[in-house]
Write a protein of this length. Structure first.
Length: 187
């Protein structure tokens, strides 16, 4: 299985044969730093085209800020009145829920970028399930539907048929459950 946490950044974890994959130096699962685009802003990791730079909460907020600076029409323009750096991904999600076309486009773009990353993981690891959690996933169908549509359109059929893609069910309590599982004796 693969878990993606999509929030301020994008983290991940890979379970293979019941074991967490850590890699040679303990850095496996940094899915936010896989390339999903040839070009784009330079990531703090040094790469260009990172998934994190296209689909994280930070990326969604920056996309909204850039579109508004360029004169894009949005409910966000009225709400933030030129103080674009205060816009967060949750604000974009709220605007999308209120019918804002620009916000919906930004979330759809993030969903497509996530789908490209997911397709890469499907082909590389052939997981049974990919679980998506984190605050950005609360954007709902404005992100989720373009993600699933892109996977359905672009993923090779054998991988698409073999991999379930689901939203995490533990919400903000996921970290607590993880810590508790480490504290409890093996069963």
């Amino acid at each position: 299985m693969v878990l993606l946490t999509v929030g301020t950044g994008i983290g991940g974890g890979i379970i293979l044969d019941g074991q967490l994959v850590t890699g040679g130096q303990g850095m496996a699962g940094e899915v936010g730093h896989m390339s999903v685009a040839r070009e784009g802003p330079r990531c703090a990791c040094g790469n260009v085209g990172c998934l994190e730079m296209a689909a994280s909460g930070t990326a969604i907020a920056k996309a909204a800020q850039a579109r508004l600076r360029a004169g894009g029409a949005s409910l966000l323009a009225t709400r933030f009145a030129g103080v674009w750096e205060r816009i967060a991904a949750a604000d974009v999600s709220d605007a999308a829920s209120s019918g804002d076309v620009l916000a919906r486009e930004i979330l759809a773009d993030a969903g497509v970028a996530l789908a490209i990353g997911i397709i890469n993981l499907m082909v590389l690891l052939n997981p049974e399930i990919i679980v998506l959690g984190g605050s950005v996933m609360q954007a709902g169908d404005w992100l989720w539907e373009p993600l699933l549509a892109t996977v359905a359109d672009r993923a090779p059929l054998p991988y698409r048929a073999a991999t379930r893609i689901v939203r995490a069910s533990l919400g903000d309590d996921a970290g607590l459950y993880g810590a508790l599982s480490l504290a409890l004796p093996d069963r």
